[in-house]
Design a protein around this ligand. Structure first.
Ligand SMILES: [Fe+2]
Length: 328
């Protein structure tokens, strides 16, 4: 497979050299989005938890058990999603890929606010694996979501005996993800002839095509799936209006083995420098397949070395695993 096939994205404009120099300071990010916050304690004050009915929770758990994914209608308020979506727009306008928006407290507040949902799935003890992405699909810099794949990050079985995931991908649209702007699609596990015995296969046999499910999702919804669901983001239509902005991140139950040295505990302080390092880490991890400006990749490599002390063993292992999947 070639680079175009994993994610046909192109980030056209690089940040100015001055912006890259300033990017190591919280003030630069504050000036881009003055309505958001950059503090060392992004989980404080604790944000209001979303309200989700028992019936909706039961439905989501049942969907996860039987089809491998869950879809929760909008539970996050516009007061959370709108300012964050606007800030992500400013980040990409400044030439930085969306994942740099992780410097803002509001991203972490969003993750903490869905605690009632995540803890119902993973149990009360879980953490965040900061292997994440922030999409800004506007038809120019990004034209579609990622190609069909299974997350399967660890190669180890990650479903509990009850069929619920111990590692959970969550995908949160901050603007409406429609069939035109770019929606998520899944092949539910119970419609996938390669599940569970042939997970290295990412193609969809002809007879399974009618099992594909489109998941248009209004801003503030939460989609989630286990490590094995085949999923992809569709190509944006030229008729679409407004960018499709969304975040994806993993949560790990304490019952699953830890595999990322950078696990984040909800409630813990996370310095600005650490968050910038996490964004830089994602740039390095995915730079082999996504077309970022060279100056951003260079900045990220150098920042990873500066903050983590190296390019991180984990990242090399991950890159090898991803490469294997892509070249398969
Ligand atoms: Fe994925």
């Amino acid at each position: 497979m070639n680079q175009e096939s994993i994610s046909p994205q192109s980030f056209l404009e690089a940040p100015s050299p001055e912006s890259l120099k300033q990017a190591k300071t919280p003030d630069f990010w504050r000036s881009l989005a003055p309505e958001l916050h950059v503090s060392p304690t992004p989980f404080l004050p604790a944000p209001p938890r979303v309200s989700i009915s028992g019936e909706q929770l039961e439905h989501t758990l049942d969907q996860l058990r039987t089809e491998g994914y869950g879809q929760v209608p909008p539970i996050l308020p516009k007061s959370m999603t709108d300012p964050l979506a606007a800030a992500i727009g400013k980040v990409v306008d400044a030439g930085f890929p969306g994942p740099f928006a992780v410097v803002y407290d509001e991203v972490w507040q969003l993750f903490a606010s869905i605690t009632p949902l995540i803890s119902a799935i993973l149990g009360p003890s879980y953490n965040i694996i900061p292997d994440y992405w922030i999409y800004h699909i506007d038809g120019i810099r990004e034209r579609s979501g990622w190609m069909a794949h299974r997350d399967d990050e660890t190669g180890q079985w990650s479903l509990g005996e009850d069929g619920l995931p111990l590692l959970l991908t969550t995908w949160i649209p901050l603007t409406d993800a429609t069939l035109d702007t770019s929606a998520m699609y899944v092949l539910p596990t119970n419609r996938d002839p390669n599940y569970p015995n042939n997970l290295g296969e990412w193609a969809i046999p002809l007879e399974a095509l009618r099992g594909i499910r489109a998941l248009p999702a209004a801003a503030g919804s939460v989609l989630c799936w286990n490590q094995y669901v085949l999923h992809w983001g569709s190509t944006r239509s030229p008729r679409a209006k407004g960018p499709r902005i969304s975040l994806a991140i993993y949560f790990r139950s304490a019952k699953a083995p830890s595999y990322d040295s950078q696990n984040i505990n909800l409630g813990d302080p996370i310095s600005f420098e650490h968050r910038l390092g996490l964004a830089a880490r994602m740039m390095v991890k995915y730079s082999r397949w996504l077309a970022f400006p060279e100056s951003v990749v260079e900045f990220s490599r150098s920042y990873c070395q500066e903050f983590f002390g190296s390019l991180d063993d984990f990242m090399d292992k991950e890159r090898e695993a991803l490469e294997k999947k892509v070249e398969r």
